[in-house]
Design a protein around this ligand. Structure first.
Ligand code: NAD
Length: 494
């Protein structure tokens, strides 16, 4: 496969190994790009920008419309690729591709709505307005657990906004990226000649390749999805060169189950939120506060659901929980469970399950009943562990809810209007996503996606997130014969 002028083969001697978590076996070795190739890709994207920014927005939207068609044609294959590389269940793999299709459809409409405001001016005979223009090259760095949708949240918007994109996918899931690029190229062929070379490129490699994008002054916007650890490195580097940055980092998401909750609905929502994608979603529910009056009803039912959930190979059968991404993820889970036991936590589940070769890491999702919020409960362990805590006072539990570094997603289960409104109010959840009677995960593309605090503050996808991919100009036009100065300042040179 040709990509950025570099041959990307699936079996390169001494190349970057791609391991499927389904079996733990190497499924491909790829030639990684180096820093020089990254710089060449950035230069090519810069050239593409000069042309693409002059193509009208609705015409740019036509390319994304064609891409959505190609994605529909390739949905099954891409979904299976996600399952092979990230270990997701077939339904979740297909769901991730559907999310790409949805954001493309959104972006096509958006391509005719890139509008600014007309603003009242204090000066007679003047008009003031804002205009939005393409920004420049967008560098997209993505995490393993969503190997394609976050790229598309960024690229579909960036492309209609007039920006070329360069994608550095996770070194753990590069094949899905190459497949997406191949699908995009089909759309490019159909689109015709006004798509410049270098409009969308994929760079294969690890943090060094990402760093070359992050530090390049020729990349106008870096959109980086991954751990808070990565964001702490990337954020300051982009800021140091006054670049723009969208950070989509880790979360420590919680649910609160109130006395009036529909417990059956809560149970199902918590099960998907905490165990879906084997606990490897940024929005996975990791903490659960249950009111003391319903604790003895809900928690035993949850433990039963956990004990009966099917763990297995996502490519065969109907298992709801697939593998962890690798050994390091398993070690992180074992370490966190060991730590909480020392803090008085009672662990249910969490054992390794033998599915296929020893090189694959499957686990029973774990529920941990905790006496208080401390130790590993305060951080994100990227594995299926749900810490459950009992509460009695609503105001106190809101404080605890917000008393962690992550600020991505949150939910409350209640039928009490007052509790619901407080949770959504200024003194309620401090997260970028606050839900009522649904879990923390499974966001739709129509809303802006992202979170506060250690989640990085970025917003992607729907609502007005498109503005991050454009530059804003405020224009004041004087159509009078005078030159009144703002704020009544006089500067009369006679
Ligand atoms: P990671 O931070 O290890 O890697 C993410 C990406 O960053 C990879 O492409 C990696 O190569 C790159 N990277 C790492 N260090 C870098 C550096 N110094 N410079 C440039 N690039 C660098 O994360 P991961 O293990 O792949 O993914 C799991 C994490 O991602 C979790 O914390 C999860 O919560 C988070 N995540 C967040 C969101 C969100 O939207 N908020 C979505 C998905 C995943």
């Amino acid at each position: 496969m040709k990509n950025c002028g570099v041959e990307t083969a699936l079996a390169v001697e001494g190349g970057m190994k791609v391991v499927s978590p389904v079996t733990g076996e190497v499924v491909a070795t790829l030639k990684a790009h180096d820093v020089a190739e990254t710089e060449a890709a950035i230069a090519k994207a810069g050239e593409a920008f000069r042309k693409w920014r002059m193509v009208p927005g609705p015409r740019r939207g036509e390319l994304v419309r064609l891409f959505a068609e190609e994605l529909r044609n390739s949905k099954d294959d891409l979904g299976r690729m996600v399952s092979i590389e990230a270990g997701k269940s077939p339904s979740e793999g297909l769901g991730e591709v559907q999310e790409m299709i949805d954001i493309c459809d959104f972006a096509v409409g958006l391509s005719r709505q890139l509008y600014g405001l007309t603003i009242a001016t204090e000066r007679p005979g003047h008009r003031m307005m804002e205009t939005w223009h393409p920004l420049g090259v967008v560098g997209i760095v993505t995490a393993f657990n969503f190997p394609c949708a976050p790229w598309c949240w960024n690229s579909a918007l960036a492309l209609v906004c007039g920006d070329p994109v360069i994608w550095k996918p996770s070194e753990k899931t590069p094949l899905t990226a190459l497949a997406c690029q191949a699908v995009f190229e089909r759309a490019l062929v159909r689109f015709g000649a006004d798509a410049p070379d270098g409009l969308s490129q994929v760079l294969i490699g690890g943090p060094d390749v990402g760093d070359a994008l992050v530090t390049s002054e020729k990349v106008a916007l870096i959109s980086a999805t991954g751990s808070t650890r990565m964001g702490r490195i990337v954020g300051p580097k982009v800021a140091a060169r006054f670049g723009k940055c969208i950070l989509e980092l880790g979360g420590n998401n919680a649910g609160i189950v109130c006395p009036s909750a529909d417990l059956d609905m809560a149970l199902r929502a918590i099960a998907f939120g905490a165990m879906g994608t084997a606990g490897q979603r940024c929005t996975t529910m990791r903490r659960l506060f249950v009111h003391e009056s319903v604790y003895d009803q809900l928690v035993p039912a949850l433990k039963k659901a956990y004990a009966s959930v099917t763990v297995g190979n996502p490519l065969e059968g109907q298992a709801l929980v697939g593998p962890l991404i690798d050994e390091a993820a398993y070690d992180g889970m074992v370490a966190a469970l060991g730590e909480v036991k020392d803090l008085g936590g009672v662990v249910h589940g969490g054992e390794r399950v033998s599915v296929g070769p020893d090189t694959a890491y499957y686990v029973k999702p774990a529920i941990v009943e905790m006496p208080s919020q401390q130790g590993p409960v305060l951080r994100e362990t990227f594995a299926p562990i749900l810490y459950v805590m009992k509460y009695s006072d609503f105001d106190a539990v809101l404080e605890l809810h917000n008393d962690v570094g992550g600020g991505l997603s949150s939910s409350i289960f209640t039928t009490d209007l007052r509790e619901m409104e407080v949770f959504l109010s200024a003194r309620g959840s401090d997260c970028g996503i606050a839900n009522v009677n649904i879990g923390t995960s499974g966001a739709e593309i129509g809303g802006a996606f992202g979170g506060e605090k250690e989640t990085g503050g970025g917003r992607e996808s729907g609502s007005d997130a498109w503005r991050a991919y454009m530059r804003r100009a405020t224009n004041t036009i004087n159509y009078s014969k005078d030159l009144p100065l703002a704020q009544g300042v006089s500067f009369d040179i006679g």
